[in-house]
Design a protein around this ligand. Sequence first.
Ligand code: NAD
Length: 363
Amino acid sequence: MAATDIHIPAPVLEGVIDHIFRAAGCSEKESARIASHLLGANLAGHDSHGVVRVPRYVEWLEAGFVLKGQQASIISDGGAFVLFDGHFGFGQTVAEQATQFAIARALETGSCIMGLRNAGHIGRVGDYSEMALRAGLIAINFVNVGGSVLVAPFGGTERRFSTAPISVGVPLPDGPVLLDFATSFVAEGKVLVASNGGKALPEGALIEPDGRLSADPHTLYGHYEAVGPRNASLGQGAIRAFGDHKGSGLALICELLAGALTGSATSGPVKERGRITNGMLSILLSPRHFGDVAAFEAAGRNYVEWVKACHPADPASPVLIPGEPEAKRRAERLAHGVPLPQEAWANIRATAVRLGVTIPEGL
Ligand code: NAD
């Protein structure tokens, strides 16, 4: 968080975003849903997938890359699995609908494998794991981004993968375990932030065409002005996958399961520039159907506590469990407001003003 960040109370910010999507032509329900998901990403601390995306989402809507008012429809239903088409609707709408269906099925039968093709950007994947967690289910989500090729495979210098995220949620007493990350070394949003003078990238996050490692955003965006848009198709280099061959392998699996198996697009070769689609393959499991829930919860919680009790390498930083940083950040931001860089807020304001949305006084 920078000293110059503006802090906006969460309900106020959510209201502005809600009104922007209504003014852009979305229904009240869809606008509220998109606003809630975007704000939720900021509350979790994943600003790269939060309200900063609003101007781009509105541009995609106006360009017809994403469509309002769509319903996820069933392509095939085999009982143990169900495949949906999102018809390029807002990801927050169609992924929520498909996930709700899969949750009901898993609660009934013990498990459900759900595929979703042709969804607009679904945002923070952890949101869909959290929906399953609230129903007491385990969720394993593989996601890819068709039309967005940004990441080099291990040993390569050219872009082949999307940032292909994975999220796994396990419900436990006193808080779930919630893993949720991109398989790229850094999410593209973090390169964007660094290019705007924000937090620098870790060494070796990017790779040049000649194989030199880089932390310079120009590797991804090519030439850009200090203020103005960034275009990832202009750079010559790529983001690297995290964890060398391991993260690279996971990215490949996301492309195959979420992109190819579901019939959504894989990340390349890119045929149609402009439209990006998320594909998702979700596996939901009901612990109740697997056996003794109390025994599972006790064993899981005991184990997690033992992991957390590990002697920390830095006494000031105790060992954390995935999901804990987000829960802590959410509590802080609900109490003290959502910090936004001035430039990000200026861009959201400009979109609001263009659409005739009134901004609350003082902001
Ligand atoms: P990240 O690198 O910040 O990793 C987050 C994960 O690591 C979380 O599970 C978090 O709980 C855990 N974590 C963080 N610090 C920890 C610590 N000290 N100890 C233990 N666990 C810790 O995430 P990212 O790769 O930057 O991804 C950010 C977001 O972007 C995610 O929500 C992801 O779903 C989203 N994303 C979406 C798309 C899309 O197309 N929709 C694409 C890429 C990423």
